[in-house]
Design a protein around this ligand. Structure first.
Ligand code: URA
Length: 231
């Protein structure tokens, strides 16, 4: 399923367990069933899926107000809606950005790539620009740099933190983290008594958003693809 771009490896396991996959007309719920490409017919939700051969690796500058899923249960706009008809394959997001977060999001139909880039063992650095409502204390900055305890008890690893600007009741901070816990950056600032007003992801490892306009996407360069595949 990962080769077909139908899901990431982890996503495929859930889809199979949910009974959404048939092989030659028979529903399968157990993992690891072998199929022969070309000979067996695999369907997901009643639609035939097969390896396309063509892999897409793109980056999107996600605006606020889009969900990072292929289909939203509340019918809200999704990041896939922003990718035009030029990508005629099922692609899906690599990791997540919150509804209210903007910036760099990778999308692909290569499930192995997704698995690799999102696997915690690679510890890939993600850099965000956070605009805080109000300020932050010196102690708060120091705590973020050494690691903070989130509301669920998770201890974050040391973050790189740089104050970029402070004016008119707002403070702009550049923060680089390694993990990818749910709403992690917002929760890290909450843990030190600050509130994030705006959040933008500007890089994943050495892959940078640069000046890609909001709501637009581009293909990754071969250099960027190779870098991410060889983490
Ligand atoms: N941290 C957050 O709080 N939100 C995101 O979307 C990504 C990281």
């Amino acid at each position: 399923m990962a080769m077909c771009g139908a899901a990431s490896r982890r996503g495929a396991e859930e889809i199979i367990s949910a009974g959404r996959v048939t092989v030659n007309g028979e529903k399968i719920c157990e993992q690891g069933v072998k199929v022969e490409i070309g000979a067996d017919t695999v369907k997901l939700d009643g639609k035939v899926i097969k390896p396309s051969g063509k892999m897409f690796y793109i980056m999107l500058n996600k605006p606020v107000g889009y969900v990072t899923t292929v289909k939203d249960q509340f019918e809200r706009p999704t990041v896939i809606d922003l990718v035009g008809p030029e990508i005629n394959e099922r692609i899906f997001p690599v990791g997540r950005l919150d509804y209210e977060t903007e910036g760099l999001l990778l999308l692909t139909n290569d499930g192995d790539f997704t698995y690799k880039v999102t696997h915690p063992k690679h510890n890939i650095e993600k850099t965000y620009i956070a605009v805080l409502k109000g300020g932050i204390t010196i102690k708060g900055l120091a705590q973020l740099r050494s690691g903070v305890k989130l509301d669920d008890g998770f201890m974050t690893s040391p973050a790189k933190v740089e104050m970029l600007d402070a004016e008119n009741g707002h403070t702009t901070i550049k923060i680089t983290i390694h993990e990818g816990k749910n709403r992690q950056v917002r929760r890290m600032f909450e843990a030190v008594g600050s509130k994030v007003k705006e959040l933008q992801r500007v890089s994943i490892g050495t892959v940078e958003l640069g000046n890609l306009p909001l709501g637009r996407w581009r293909h990754l360069t071969s250099h960027e693809i190779n870098y991410l595949k060889n983490l």
